[in-house]
Design a protein around this ligand. Structure first.
Ligand code: 6PG
Length: 258
């Protein structure tokens, strides 16, 4: 990957701006999608929420990149969702739909929204795990499926998906998807867990903005990485790429690269 540096087995690529980062992430998505479909006939991906990925999704919806992805072979999951209905402004599903899914020929049966608005979030999470198992052709009670790509953002507190510091979901070692109470937000979320994240073939982080600099400095420091949720994303047999902007990378050795 051009202009990338390594921190242990993690690749870090620092881009000057969110726009440049989004273009690099969209190109990486398209590259991995084509490779996945070429290698095994499908591309299973988990999308991230938050604000940072919106531009990357918009770019994937544009003709030049849209044409490079065999959307009819793509299976879409989410890494996490807020406890709101799909039409709510806070919905990760809604954001991805507005920015990307409305514009691409993906089979609706292959778009797996997280029903995090359900009252019984734990039951909804179990059903989502069963749905993911069906879509991936694996045993719902066995090890998690190996997704081709997991896109992730990171919060200023080092949270990833909805695995917030000190919350119960971070300690989950068996289930792939759980409901999670997040006292720091006074909110509930549905989220995938570390067992699923660390089973992925490729993880791509998109992180931008000065607010993320402290956490990024910590998770890219091998001595301190484990102290934050994002630092515990280490696929046992997969790659991790951090696409970060100069503002986020200012407390790391990589900021000067951009
Ligand atoms: C969510 C996300 C979450 C997000 C971080 C960063 O539902 O909020 O999945 O993990 O990636 O909070 O969010 P920003 O990109 O908005 O900074």
């Amino acid at each position: 990957m051009p202009g990338a540096a390594r921190s242990g087995d993690v690749v870090v690529r620092c881009l000057p701006t969110l726009e440049a980062l989004s273009r690099a992430a969209a190109a990486e998505f398209a590259r991995l999608a084509a490779a996945g479909v070429g290698a095994h006939g499908h591309f299973k991906v988990a999308l991230t929420g938050g604000s940072t990925p919106r531009r990357l999704y918009e770019l994937l919806a544009q003709p030049s990149l849209r044409r490079q992805v065999p959307w009819d072979r793509v299976e879409i999951f989410w890494g996490d969702e807020r406890a709101v209905p799909p039409g709510h402004p806070q919905s990760n599903y809604r954001m991805a739909h507005e920015a990307l899914l409305h514009a691409v020929e993906v089979d609706p049966a292959r778009v797996h929204r997280m029903p995090a608005e359900r009252a019984d979030l734990d039951a909804a999470a179990r059903e989502y795990q069963a749905e993911m198992a069906r879509a991936c052709g694996v045993d719902p009670g066995g090890p998690p499926p190996r997704l081709d790509l997991v896109l992730l953002g990171m919060g200023a507190d080092g949270h990833v998906a909805s695995l917030f510091p000190g919350t119960a979901a971070l300690a989950e070692v068996v289930r792939w998807v759980v409901g999670n109470d997040v006292p720091q937000l006074a909110a509930r979320r549905m989220t995938v867990t570390l067992p699923l994240l660390n089973r992925a073939a490729h993880v791509v982080f998109v992180v931008a903005g000065a607010a993320k600099a402290e956490a990024l400095g910590t998770v890219l420091d091998e001595e301190r990485a484990d102290s934050l949720p994002a630092g515990r994303v280490r696929p046992s047999d997969g790659s991790v790429v951090w696409l970060v902007d100069r503002a986020a990378a200012r407390l790391t050795p990589f900021g000067a690269d951009a």
